[in-house]
Design a protein around this ligand. Structure first.
Ligand SMILES: *[C@@H]1O[C@H](CO)[C@@H](O)[C@H](O)[C@H]1NC(C)=O
Ligand SMILES: *[C@@H]1O[C@H](CO)[C@@H](O)[C@H](O)[C@H]1NC(C)=O
Ligand SMILES: *[C@@H]1O[C@H](CO)[C@@H](O)[C@H](O)[C@H]1NC(C)=O
Ligand SMILES: *[C@@H]1O[C@H](CO)[C@@H](O)[C@H](O)[C@H]1NC(C)=O
Ligand SMILES: *[C@@H]1O[C@H](CO)[C@@H](O)[C@H](O)[C@H]1NC(C)=O
Ligand SMILES: *[C@@H]1O[C@H](CO)[C@@H](O)[C@H](O)[C@H]1NC(C)=O
Length: 244
């Protein structure tokens, strides 16, 4: 009897470990998510993080000049508003315990088609409108030197000349990593509201069919409204805890 219980316990543990408790396989990722109470940035993920707290030190001083060997300031320091969005993306990729759900099967350090909210991309585009960039894609357009540092191949131009709009920006800056969702609820915007969206996005039923059903869309909207009503931070924290 005891043996059976132990066996069952390990079977359950194994299933949940391989399903959820993994991280992407990039150079800074932990093998599996765990709490990081001392994070300097990316605190959205501190209860279950795929990055070590020390990684986020690099993001804690504005302007952020570089993250590991990748320089952010090749076209001058980013404005605070634009930098904040870059950080949100960096934090998601490096630290989110949910990024694994969108792992690129061909390249396990990368994500594929993570659904972003339209308003998130539009706000991001607006936030960077006074900033410049020399690349359309961070994945393919840099020139890398022998130290593994990135350099511009083309001249710096304003964001709004490089990208037509927020959608164009979100869907080209990181290759195929992100797409803009048709839904305004079942999408990520890199804040506490993601807890609601993720609950539906990674549910069994959405894994079976590639498109999310309209009943899930409605359920998501109701849930988001209810969460918004519970104004205290605590309400949101319970949501976050529930999905982990
Ligand atoms: C990134 O930099 C950290 C130190 O800041 C280092 O420990 C880590 O190995 C680096 N990772 C990669 C992929 O270069
Ligand atoms: C960051 O912390 C982790 C775990 O505490 C450690 O293994 C790693 O060496 C640290 N990296 C740096 C650059 O301090
Ligand atoms: C960019 O920021 C760094 C660090 O704060 C600062 O030393 C430098 O002067 C800034 N560069 C420009 C062009 O403002
Ligand atoms: C993975 O590679 C296959 C074969 O080259 C390709 O058909 C598929 O689209 C790729 N998937 C992703 C997510 O890049
Ligand atoms: C862009 O620059 C203009 C004019 O200097 C300023 O009014 C505006 O607030 C800036 N926008 C952002 C997002 O930084
Ligand atoms: C955004 O730009 C793309 C590419 O130019 C274009 O196809 C699309 O219609 C634009 N979307 C909006 C909402 O303006």
């Amino acid at each position: 009897m005891f043996k059976f219980t132990v066996g069952l316990f390990f079977a359950v543990l194994a299933t949940s470990t391989c399903r959820k408790d993994r991280c992407l396989e990039g150079g800074t990722h932990k093998p599996r998510p765990s709490p990081e109470p001392d994070m300097h940035e990316c605190t959205l993920y501190s209860k279950s993080s795929c990055c070590y707290a020390n990684f986020t030190e690099q993001l804690a001083h504005s302007p952020v000049t570089h993250v590991n060997n990748t320089y952010w300031n090749r076209c001058g320091n980013l404005s605070k508003s634009c930098e904040d969005y870059m950080k949100k993306i960096e934090c998601f990729y490096r630290c989110s315990p949910h990024a694994i759900h969108w792992i690129n099967p061909n390249y396990t350090a990368a994500i594929d088609l993570v659904p972003l909210c339209q308003n998130f991309c539009d706000d991001w585009y607006e936030a960077c409108k006074n900033d410049s960039t020399c690349i359309r894609s961070w994945m393919t357009d840099w020139e890398w030197d022998e130290n593994g540092e990135n350099h511009c191949k083309s001249e710096c131009i304003p964001y709004n000349q490089m990208y037509a709009n927020g959608t164009d920006m979100c869907e080209s800056m990181w290759g195929n990593s992100f797409k803009v969702s048709d839904s305004s609820c079942l999408c990520l915007q890199m804040n506490e509201k993601d807890a609601v969206a993720i609950k539906y996005l990674i549910s069994e039923s959405s894994e079976e069919s590639s498109s999310v059903s309209s009943s899930e869309e409605r359920a998501c909207r109701r849930k988001l409204q209810r969460t918004a009503l519970q104004k205290e931070e605590e309400g949101v924290e319970i949501e976050v805890f529930e999905i982990l």
